[in-house]
Design a binder for this molecule. Sequence first.
Ligand SMILES: Cc1ncc(COP(=O)(O)O)c(C=O)c1O
Length: 350
Amino acid sequence: MKPKTQIDIKQLVRKNILTMKPYSSARDEFKGEAEVFLDANENPYNSAFNRYPDPLQWEVKTKLAKLKGIDPTQIFLGNGSDEAIDVLIRAFCEPNRDAILITEPTYGMYAVCADVNAVTIQKVLLTADYDLDLESLFKQVNDQTKIIFLCSPNNPTANLLTREKIKTVLAQFNGLVVIDEAYIDFTSSESFAAELSNYENLVILQTFSKAWGLAGLRLGMCFASPAIIGILNKVKYPYNINLATQAHALEALKDVQKKDAMVAEITSERDALIEALPSVKMVQKVYPSDANFILIKVDDANGTYQKLTDQKIIVRNRSSVALCLNCLRITVGTPEENKRLLQALKDLSK
Ligand SMILES: Cc1ncc(COP(=O)(O)O)c(C=O)c1O
């Protein structure tokens, strides 16, 4: 079946990236079975880490592809999904000419990576209930716009963006649409991964940092067409995912149930917090959550943040962020941690 949205990747990618010759590592140039490896200037003496890792992480990708119902050639792995964000911008946006479009409020790294790369940031406010405002979005889009970043469930607001609205953006925008699904495991909503064959401009980000509980490993996933993944592979550092991370990810992927059990515990704790928080006097509003965190509006976010910090409880003060005046973002912790937070908020309300 023909995809609903087709793009000419050669038109979209930066010309120098299209024509450049990528670095070819020793591990790229020899792939067969051998006994004596004298090709990569490694140290021959025995250690768990004396050899360079697989530059394209095929073993991890093969396992991951099965789990996600896609092909290994549709996967890019990054040093966190933050690396994928940076590589996408570097590969597709010409510095001092092109733009990315972000919706506000949202995850901060899209703008930071654009700034680092001298790429213009086009900003569109979400609606009052934190959904996409399609009219304003399409008004902002122009010839400069190469990538639209949509975060769903969104950070810091915790809600999913309306699926049909995301599909409209995918269908009508001729550049890349990146859907950041860092928190997708905490919702019953389907990932957009199943839509890859429908939209050639679709790029999906997921991560091992949240549901898998492996933020310290730094492993992010990016799913897209093999053509887009090929471009990202051209730009990334040759050995961007180290051996320890690849080995640890393979172990984690053997036990998907462990991840599912953690997600079930966290979502049940989240729902309990959402039920309990409205009875706390200082809490004006508890926003719905499809993530592992909750956004709340309180009487005085700055004061509450400081007083919680004094009690060694750290939440994220989002009060200075667009549409989030007096809002705190609270990550769901263990039952004991959540109890302590709730008690502290109750005590501060007295
Ligand atoms: C929406 C979103 N995307 C990406 C990331 C970063 O993920 P990673 O740890 O894989 O770099 C975060 C981290 O908080 C996030 O909230």
